[in-house]
Design a protein. Sequence first.
Length: 516
Amino acid sequence: MIPYSLIANLSMMGEWNFSVPLLSQSNFFGVWFWQLISVSLAIGIGFIFLFGKKQRKNMREFMERRTETILDQKTKIEEQNSLLEVEHKKSDELLQDIFPKKIIKILKNKGSLTPDYYKEATILFADVVSFSKITPNIGAEELVDKLTIYFRAFDKIITENKMILIKTIGDCYFAVGGVPKKSFKSPILSVLSSLQMQEAVSMINYIDESGWKIRIGLNTGEIVAGVLDTKRPMFDVWGSSVNVASRVQESGFPGKVNISEATYLKIYPYFDCEERGEINTKNVGNIPMYFVDRIKPELSANAEGTEPNKIFWQYANNLKSIKQDYVRMTRDVIKLLKDKLPEGIFYHTENHALNIMNAVEFIGFGEEIYTEDILLLKTAALFHDVGFIEKYYDNEIIGAKYAREMMPNYGFNMDQINKVEALILATDINREPKNLLEEIIKDADLDYLGRGDFKDISEKLKKEYLINGIVSSEKEFHEKQVSFLKTHMFYTDTAKTSRIEKKKENIKIAEMLNNS
């Protein structure tokens, strides 16, 4: 019910245009009751409205403050997460410096790692020559700075070549290849690392003129590698192969890369190496060793012979499955020639065999052969003069016979033996080559005709011909030599492009000797 006074007032104000009947006295108290209720409700609604407005304002301010707090907390959490991510990254980088990635994964998942056996790994030791003599003449801070420069350069090199730093011990740098991931490339990459490390030392010395020299030694063999459960865990390797590598380093020369025969057997097709023979080492005994001079020129991307080219890896992939023992066979045949060749042989010696082995490789690479055929060509060159042990003429047949009898002892199959036999027979001066491989060995057999050492080799041939009655005088030898040089022709494009010009000069030398 609407209060009477409110209706009357509104009517007087003209808001409502209708008449209201007068109320009796009996309704007076009822009217005021409702007026009181109406006023109370109005006041209550007003208070509620005012209080609600204030509450809404307080609530809005509270929500604003709360939102600001949440946003501030969110920012702090994001900053903390960012810092944690940075620290996590630093932690991972530190772990990667200490452990290989495969080992880190195992440690994260299992919390420990049982040491594992590796049948073949290559261990590298590098050591500063005469370090004890250097240290008294240099301050501690400068010494540490210099070692840091060298070792950082080494770190970069071995990382690129998939090796792992085991530790540094004073001035000694200790790394390993083939762990934890096994690969036929590991010995090759380890030797590449060594050559590049020596190159880096030369560059550093050129810049700061420190003149430090590094000895590097490598050995390939069995090891155990893993992480011991100790207070300060670290990835490490153990085994006699590690001790041998250390001895190989100690037996090396400043600025050189010294390797054991075990490593040589894995890398010899790709690098120019110098055989040192057996070297006595403390606590280990005699170890066959070799110096690695450089990558073979045809397989190198730079003049220094420290960077492999694409052909290098093509050749390595083609040879990765070879099982034949070329090294032991070469050693045994060379010894056979030294021991059994009769007196009066000065040209067709073991040195001639080694000379032709180098020549077939040079011409073979020039003819773009990067397969095991190169090694078979070298095998044929090795055996092609063995027949001189029994007789001077028709010796090619005897050389082929020796090859057929001996090659099975070194793991060769019949297809390989037949190919080598045919190549040996092709060296007969009266035979024409039937294929590219025969052309290569024919050109290699007379490669000296177009080289700078022609005169020296010619003198050995003259002496041999005179003693064995092939010619009766020096005059006859020179006449026959001039005639042969003028009629001789190279077969392969490589020999033609690399030897003909020098051969023309050698013809003039032969003519001069003939006329003297």
